[in-house]
Design a protein around this ligand. Structure first.
Ligand code: SF4
Length: 367
C-alpha cells in the first residue's frame, strides 16, 4: 500500500491554520480512503496521517481532532452527512468486566454466556490505571457491566479501589455469582463513596422472567434485591420494554412487587428496548446531521451516553476504550487505549443501536 510519510502536528497546523480564522470548523479530507488505514496520535501530539484521515479543529477545546475517515463513517448511504455527538466530558466511565456470565439468555445484548470470551475479564491491574486517568479527567462515577460482573475474579478488589475514588454502579443479574459473594459485597457498604446495584428483573411476571433467564432466577434476583437493601445499598432494576406495552401499568406491577417485598416504592426502574445481539445486522433509519439539529437540540444532544461517558473493554489481551456501553461489536467505535486519546473523537451515529438512543432515548446511565 502506498503510504504518505508521517507529518508532524506543527506542519499540518502551519499549512491550514489560516482556514480556521474564517470558519468555526473545517476539515481536510485526504483522498483515496483505504479501509483499514489507522490514524494515531502519540503522547507527544505527533500525528501520523494515513490516506483518508480527516482532521478538524474543535473550537470548543482548541485542539485538533482526528476522525476515522472511511466514507461510510462520515456519510450515510444516501450521501448525507451523518449525525454525530461531540463528547463534552467524561462524567461516567464504564468497565465491561467480560462477557462470561453464569446465564446464557437468548436476548442478551452482549451475547454473554458461561463460555463466552468475546470480551475478556478485566483484571484489577487492567482497571487501576484507567481509574487514575479518569480521576484526572474529572470523572464523577464508575459503572460496571458484563456479562455478569460477579463471575469476574477481581471484581471485589476493583470495586474497593473504585469506591475509594468515586461512587459506583454495578449491573448484575442478581443470581448465584452475586449470592456466592454476598459476604464480600456487604463489606463494601461502609466505604466513603456509595455503591449502587442495578438488578435485572426483566418482567414483573415471574414466569416470563424465568423463560428468558432460567427457572428460579426471578426468585434469586428478588432475594438479592432484598439482601442488598438490608445491607444499605441503593438499588434500581432493569426491565425490558415490550412492544405495545402500557408502561404505566407495567411500572404499577413492579411497585406492587416492591410493596410486597419491602423494597422502596421509589426504586428506579430503567426500561430497555430490544437492542439485539452483538453483530446482528439490523436495518434502521440513518441518522443525519439534519436529524440531529431538527429533532434534537444542544441540551438533548448532551444527554446521549457517548457525549459524557466511555466504556473500557478487554479484547485479545488489550484494554481498549470504546465510545459507549452499547457498541463494543464495531471496531469503528474503538477509540484507542487511553481516555485522553479517546476524548478527541467525534462519535458518528452509524451503529444500529444509535437509532435506539436517537428514537427511544436508550441509555445505560441513570443520573
Ligand atoms: S449507541 Fe448511543 S451512546 Fe452509543 S455511540 Fe450510538 S448514539 Fe452514542
Amino acid at each position: 500500500m502506498n503510504k504518505k510519510s508521517p507529518l508532524e502536528f506543527s506542519d499540518i497546523a502551519k499549512c491550514i491554520s489560516g482556514l480556521f480564522c474564517v470558519a468555526l470548523e473545517a476539515s481536510i479530507d485526504y483522498p483515496g480512503n483505504n479501509e483499514g488505514d489507522i490514524q494515531t496520535v502519540s503522547p507527544h501530539n505527533r500525528i501520523t496521517i494515513s490516506k483518508g484521515t480527516q482532521l478538524v479543529l474543535n473550537p470548543e477545546i482548541q485542539a485538533w481532532q482526528y476522525h476515522i475517515k472511511r466514507h461510510d463513517w462520515l456519510v450515510t448511504p444516501e450521501g448525507n452527512p451523518r449525525g454525530y455527538i461531540q463528547p463534552h466530558s467524561l462524567r461516567e466511565l464504564w468497565f465491561h468486566t467480560g462477557t462470561r456470565c453464569n446465564l446464557g439468555c437468548w436476548f442478551c445484548l452482549e451475547g454473554a454466556g458461561p463460555q463466552v470470551e468475546r470480551l475478556e475479564s478485566l483484571t484489577f491491574e487492567d482497571v487501576r490505571p484507567l481509574i487514575d486517568e479518569a480521576m484526572a479527567l474529572g470523572v464523577e462515577q464508575f459503572c460496571f457491566t458484563g456479562g455478569e460482573p460477579f463471575v469476574n475474579h477481581d471484581i471485589i478488589a476493583i470495586l474497593e479501589y473504585a469506591l475509594k475514588n468515586r461512587p459506583c454502579l454495578v449491573l448484575t443479574n442478581g443470581t448465584r455469582p452475586l449470592r456466592e459473594r454476598m459476604e464480600e459485597v456487604r463489606r463494601l457498604a461502609g466505604l466513603s463513596n456509595k455503591l449502587r446495584f442495578r438488578v435485572s428483573l426483566d418482567h414483573p411476571d415471574r414466569e416470563r422472567h424465568d423463560e428468558g433467564r432460567g427457572h428460579g432466577s426471578f426468585a434469586l434476583a428478588l432475594e438479592s434485591l432484598i439482601e442488598l437493601r438490608r445491607a444499605g445499598f441503593e438499588l434500581s432494576i432493569a426491565r425490558h420494554i415490550t412492544p405495545d406495552e402500557n408502561a404505566a401499568e407495567v411500572n404499577k406491577q413492579y411497585r406492587s412487587i416492591f410493596r410486597q417485598t419491602g423494597l422502596p416504592l421509589d426504586t428506579n426502574i430503567i426500561p430497555f428496548p430490544q437492542l439485539h445481539r452483538p453483530f446482528d445486522r439490523i436495518e434502521t433509519p440513518h441518522i443525519t446531521e439534519n436529524c440531529m439539529t431538527t429533532y434534537k437540540d444542544e441540551t438533548t444532544r448532551r444527554e446521549f451516553m457517548c457525549a459524557y461517558s466511555k466504556m473500557v473493554v478487554k479484547r485479545e489481551g488489550k484494554v481498549k476504550v470504546y465510545a459507549c456501553t452499547l457498541v463494543d461489536d464495531d471496531p469503528d467505535y474503538d477509540l484507542g487505549t487511553t481516555l485522553h486519546e479517546s476524548m478527541k473523537f467525534r462519535i458518528m451515529l452509524k451503529h444500529h443501536r444509535c437509532y435506539a438512543c436517537f428514537a427511544a432515548g436508550a441509555c445505560c446511565s441513570e443520573n
